[in-house]
Design a binder for this molecule. Structure first.
Ligand SMILES: *[C@@H]1O[C@H](CO)[C@@H](O)[C@H](O)[C@H]1NC(C)=O
Ligand SMILES: *[C@@H]1O[C@H](CO)[C@@H](O)[C@H](O)[C@H]1NC(C)=O
Ligand SMILES: *[C@@H]1O[C@H](CO)[C@@H](O)[C@H](O)[C@H]1NC(C)=O
Ligand SMILES: *[C@@H]1O[C@H](CO)[C@@H](O)[C@H](O)[C@H]1NC(C)=O
Ligand SMILES: *[C@@H]1O[C@H](CO)[C@@H](O)[C@H](O)[C@H]1NC(C)=O
Ligand SMILES: *[C@@H]1O[C@H](CO)[C@@H](O)[C@H](O)[C@H]1NC(C)=O
Ligand SMILES: *[C@@H]1O[C@H](CO)[C@@H](O)[C@H](O)[C@H]1NC(C)=O
Length: 824
């Protein structure tokens, strides 16, 4: 009996030792403690909490770190300022809901959390380390938190944390650097959302602003380095009566990434690279000489590409020229001519900048730019205005009433309208014909075809918003009264949009009076001609046929989109012509016509080796990425196909034909249409059947293109001796059988790198998966081409049943576009 009891006891002891050793808990209750050496581990084993010593220090701190990463990277520390100098630390949650860290034999409290509201004090509190890395205190069985470590951040900004302020509770979250890598106590540098004026993210050195990352512009904080599209992160900015915050999420939780302030004050996004077992810095705030807050003083503007960095805003001059020329810019700039408001002044625009400090700016999120302009113009103490957000064509209103501080140039960014004396404005009026390389065009708003002209002026205005320059508008005059708008442009840079007016006479002459010999083909809304201008330049002219009702819409659509976009993988619009009832768009001429003429042609396909094809695939992907993500508007092309991919003299691809493109609002992801348009063989099932389309529709078409480019076979009309599949099904079958490379057009087998071909087929198959949700976004596609990481297996592609046309109203069956016919 005694023996049995002993055995049971022994078993019990062994069992309890076993359980305490092996089961890693993420929760403790009031009865349990974590001693130095014990840890809590989040359920997914990403994070671990316990006592540790940072760097080469021997002090002990309670902290949270990544369980998998070595060397230990702490993301949060409790007793930052009060280290424990032995192994006596104990962590516990006490009955009133507070967390305590104590040390020594007399249990001295070195750190405690505050549970501020008595009403929140839980009955039986537990402390839990969540998968997000958040340490929370909550009532057992209750999901709401009485306290969370995410509200008291250290130097690391994790996914899911809110950078901002709760206006109701007054809670303000502030990140602060460590003193050194060995000492987690708060250093000089801290970052927080400053809620004076319009909220903006600012990093301080002590109490002095060091870097201003700026207000959220709808896409990013544009004082941060330009971020490459990163499909693994999503961003969110919320600003309402209750709270303001920025937060990001990591889409794939196995990807380890965070933002942290290092002890030198540099804000860094670091990603853990599994392969090399190291952190790599994805971006860091010290990118160039213009990051310092207010480097150029009041009314100065910093451009890291200039030497010296600082200049004055137009209409201003250095306050202290001697200091200024000695690169002492802090005294800034003052007006050349004092204002004579309201009669003697107007507004000049500074383009592509980070907006000035908004700590004293007035804002209204729902006003349009026009309302904003009116508000500013009608109050003489307002000296500048701007949109808050750049998405959806710009929205919201910010007004400044005093000096403009900390402006810098930023690519593709915001415009600021600054009040200036008329004389200073006139000085910057570009002089026509002052330079041969500068061309001046006049848009006469009184010409008949008002509709098109209105769109044009919008398009032109947009095209020029992209450049940092001064565009002059007569002050206080309604738009319609402005008969002429003089704008200048340069033609040095290839990437610039040059939207010029071509006279009918000039076009007529260049195309030999629209002769049949010069006709290239028939586009969506009329014939396309080749033309040769007097200066020898070759052009392609799309002429809107006078009878086409559908054509007018597509023509307008094309103009609306293409004029707004500029990217080396999109075809370039050179100008337009509208005279009488003629409406024409003029493009750069693409000597190699379109992709279909190469890949589907027995002879010509021989001239396209593997690397040329891969280059084309990459180019198309980048063009689509620009449409979907990088331009200010999210655009779905809806008619991507081989004949719409034009090729320049060096066989670089350019996406053309925006007649069917649709612009999406920022948060709109899917649209529905009663009329299904597009080209059979390239449209995804959800579009053909339900009429829903999204950016994933373009991804589908892209996938078809990839497989066509690799195989040299058309998806539509595909036939193969062994099976009756279409190209997609055929490719998938080969892939599943492990012989994907058989898809490759035979003549390329020597010139290719098998692993690259295989990967490209794999990516192509991912893009043509049946369900839109399974298809990657184009940014992931671009990423997949650049990386060597393993790809998920493709699911079955959309098998396109032959003759599935019942809901398809308008399909370019003949697949004729502007360039797929030879001049006859
Ligand atoms: C909770 O209890 C601990 C110790 O039992 C004490 O130090 C702390 O002040 C208490 N907190 C509150 C908010 O009452
Ligand atoms: C607790 O013990 C430490 C040394 O272990 C001593 O320095 C401290 O004064 C003691 N505190 C109290 C309240 O007794
Ligand atoms: C707890 O509250 C006190 C006073 O409100 C504050 O000084 C202290 O910093 C708070 N501690 C923590 C860990 O939030
Ligand atoms: C922060 O401020 C201190 C004191 O003014 C100064 O010595 C130091 O250089 C500053 N650090 C940076 C990075 O600007
Ligand atoms: C997340 O990434 C890992 C590794 O890169 C990968 O194995 C996993 O399949 C991905 N998960 C999802 C849902 O994409
Ligand atoms: C902001 O502007 C909108 C539209 O002009 C107006 O209705 C609203 O009252 C304004 N809000 C404030 C706080 O001025
Ligand atoms: C002009 O703007 C200033 C600063 O925002 C404000 O104090 C003043 O009331 C405004 N004046 C008028 C007439 O609206």
């Amino acid at each position: 009996m005694e023996v049995l009891l002993q055995k049971i006891l022994l078993f019990g002891v062994v069992f309890s030792i076993l359980t305490t050793c092996t089961v890693q808990e993420d929760t403790i209750t009031v009865d349990q403690v974590i001693r130095d050496g014990d840890t809590l581990v989040s359920d997914d084993e990403m994070y671990e909490l316990g006592f540790f010593s940072p760097g080469s220090s021997r002090n002990r701190y309670l902290g949270i770190w990544y369980k998998k990463i070595s060397p230990k990277t702490a993301v949060w520390v409790a007793n930052r300022e009060k280290p424990i100098n032995d192994m006596s630390g104990v962590f516990r949650v006490v009955a009133n809901g507070s967390l305590l860290v104590t040390s020594g034999s007399n249990n001295t409290v070195v750190w405690s959390s505050n549970t501020s509201l008595v009403s929140q004090i839980p009955m039986s509190p537990v402390a839990q380390l969540l998968n997000s890395g958040n340490l929370v205190v909550r009532e057992k069985g209750d999901e709401s938190y009485v306290w969370q470590s995410f509200d008291y951040p250290g130097d690391t900004f994790l996914a899911g944390m809110k950078a901002g302020k709760d206006f109701v509770s007054g809670l303000e979250r502030r990140w602060s650097s460590w003193k050194s890598r060995d000492d987690p106590s708060p250093g000089r540098f801290s970052t927080s959302m400053d809620t004076n004026g319009y909220p903006q993210l600012i990093e301080y050195n002590g109490s002095v602003p060091l870097m201003r990352y700026g207000p959220w512009n709808g896409v990013t904080f544009n004082g941060l380095p330009k971020q490459l599209p990163n499909p693994t992160l999503t961003h969110e900015f919320v600003f309402n009566d209750k709270e303001v915050y920025y937060r990001y999420t990591i889409v794939n939780r196995s990807f380890i990434s965070n933002i942290y302030t290092n002890p030198e004050g540099d804000l860094v996004r670091r990603n853990w690279v599994e392969r090399v077992q190291q952190w790599s810095s994805y971006w860091s705030s010290y990118t160039d000489g213009c990051v310092r807050f207010g480097l150029c003083g009041p009314n100065g503007i910093c451009n890291p590409q200039n030497s010296p960095y600082c200049t004055c805003i137009e209409g201003f001059e250095p306050r202290n020229p001697d200091e200024w020329s000695a690169s002492q810019w802090s005294s800034g700039c003052r007006r050349k001519t004092s204002l004579d408001c309201p009669k003697g002044d107007g507004f000049g625009v500074i383009k592509n900048i980070k907006l000035p400090d908004t700590r004293r700016a007035w804002h209204n999120k729902s006003m349009t730019l026009d309302e904003c302009a009116t508000a500013c113009k009608s109050n003489c103490s307002c000296i500048a205005y701007a949109n808050i957000e750049i998405t959806r064509g710009g929205s919201g209103c910010l007004l400044w009433v005093d000096d403009l501080v900390d402006i810098r140039t930023v690519e593709e960014s915001q415009d600021l309208y600054v009040r200036m004396a008329l004389s200073d404005l006139r000085e910057y009026n570009p002089r026509p014909n002052s330079n041969k390389k500068r061309r001046t065009i006049i848009v006469a708003l009184s010409i008949s075809s008002i509709l098109i002209t209105m769109i044009l002026s919008f398009a032109i205005a947009y095209a020029w918003r992209k450049k940092t320059r001064y565009l002059v508008k007569a002050p206080e005059e309604p738009e319609k009264k402005i008969d002429e708008e003089y704008c200048s442009m340069e033609s040095q840079q290839d990437d610039d949009i040059e939207l010029s007016y071509f006279s009918l006479a000039m076009i007529s002459k260049s195309t030999m009076d629209f002769s049949n010999e010069m006709k290239l083909g028939e586009g969506g809304f009329g014939p396309v001609y080749m033309g040769v201008l007097d200066d020898g330049r070759e052009i392609a002219v799309k002429r809107l046929s006078k009878t086409s009702r559908q054509g007018v819409n597509e023509f307008k659509n094309e103009l609306k989109f293409i004029a707004k976009l500029q990217h080396r993988n999109l075809v370039k619009l050179l100008g337009y012509c509208n005279e009488g009832d003629e409406n024409m768009l003029i493009y750069e001429y693409m000597p190699n016509k379109s992709l279909d003429l190469f890949i589907f042609d027995k002879i010509r396909s021989l001239t396209l080796d593997w690397s040329a094809r891969l280059n084309i695939i990459h180019g198309i992907a980048r063009g689509i990425l620009y449409l979907h993500q990088d331009s200010r508007f999210k655009i779905v092309h809806r008619d991507l196909k081989a004949s719409n991919i034009l090729l320049d003299g060096d066989m670089n691809p350019k996406i053309s034909d925006f007649g069917l493109a649709r612009m999406f609002r920022d948060h709109e992801n899917e649209a529905n249409t009663n009329r299904v348009v597009g080209t059979l063989g390239y449209i995804p099932p959800e579009y053909a059947v339900d009429g829903t389309f999204s950016e994933k529709s373009d991804v589908f078409s892209f996938g078809v293109l990839v497989l066509e480019i690799i195989s040299g076979k058309k998806n539509r009309g595909f036939s193969h001796e062994n099976d009756s599949d279409n190209l997609l099904a055929h490719a998938w079958r080969l892939f599943e059988e492990g012989v994907a490379l058989d898809l490759l057009s035979p003549h390329m087998r020597d010139s290719c790198v098998n692993s690259k071909v295989f990967r490209s087929i794999h990516i192509g198959l991912l893009c043509v998966q049946h369900y839109a949700k399974d298809r990657p976004t184009i940014s992931s596609v671009v990423w997949m081409f650049d990386q060597d990481d393993a790809l998920p297996p493709p699911k079955q592609p959309a098998f396109f049943a032959k003759g599935l046309t019942s809901n398809v109203d308008q399909i370019s069956v003949n697949e004729v576009t502007m360039t797929n016919l030879q001049p006859r």
